[in-house]
Design a protein around this ligand. Structure first.
Ligand code: ITT
Length: 226
């Protein structure tokens, strides 16, 4: 059963005690997705469709002051986003920081993937230009999810998918660098896959699987204990 109620904070969560966090998680059964990226939200909605959890987003908090993503790793930036949202919204929150690491560019654009250029087409054009004449087109998408409550990060989870950068964009689905990324084992770009197909193999899906396994384990402890 889904209890979608916001309990007063003192009853809902005791910081630094994970079991209390997950007990509150189970009672409250909703969590804030700390992102303003509509494409990520669409992917979360499908990834969490079978879960008894209602996902709110930062769109439900129009005055939310976005924190500066000044970490030096995906995990640090995901943690900054999740911690800030859980504190401001006063409910558990999760965030992902993700990006594309290209071998021939020593891992760039990496954590700077969204800041690499002003728009998706410009980011793609810039990357293809940088790779001109380079033989090695190996790359990986990385996603780190952080879960936080009361401004404290409980855990982070990393997922990756390896592949190749194409020489020109293909496909209309997805977002970001999807049109130029061909995952290993496929002859299509991410943007030529359906959202369902992408969600079976993507970096975000892999990180989510780990996060949900963690939540399930904690919840099953509680099932036996309460
Ligand atoms: P939030 O911080 O609000 O979540 P954002 O778009 O700024 O949104 P990131 O800082 O995590 O998110 O930057 C991730 C960038 O990496 C994203 O804007 C894309 O350019 C790229 N990216 C991440 N995941 C991707 C995916 O599944 N497909 C294509 N590009 C992706």
């Amino acid at each position: 059963m889904l209890y979608n109620i916001a309990l007063p904070r003192r009853y809902a969560i005791v910081p630094a005690q994970k079991l209390n966090f997950f007990w509150s998680f189970k009672i409250m059964a909703f969590i804030v997705a700390a992102t303003g990226n509509q494409h990520k939200l669409a992917e979360y909605a499908q990834l969490l469709a079978d879960q008894d959890i209602e996902v709110k987003s930062l769109n439900d908090y129009p005055n939310y002051p976005e924190p500066e993503e000044n970490g030096s790793s995906f995990a640090e930036n995901a943690s900054i986003k999740a911690a800030a949202a859980s504190k401001y919204c006063d409910v558990p929150a999760f965030a992902d920081d993700s990006g594309l690491e290209v071998e021939a560019l020593d891992g760039r654009p990496g954590i700077h993937s969204s800041r690499y250029a002003p728009s998706d087409p410009e980011r793609i054009a810039k990357l293809l230009k940088e790779l001109e004449g380079k033989e090695n087109r190996r790359a990986r998408f990385v996603c780190v999810i952080a879960i936080a409550a009361n401004g404290e990060v409980l855990e982070t989870f990393e997922g990756e998918v390896k592949g190749t950068i194409l020489t020109s964009p293909r496909g209309e689905n997805g977002f970001g660098y999807d049109p130029i990324f061909q995952p290993d084992g496929f002859d299509k770009s991410f943007a030529e896959l359906t959202q369902e197909e992408k969600n079976r193999i993507s970096h975000r899906a892999m990180a989510y699987a780990k996060a949900l396994e963690f939540v399930d384990e904690e919840l099953s402890i509680l099932d036996g204990g309460f």
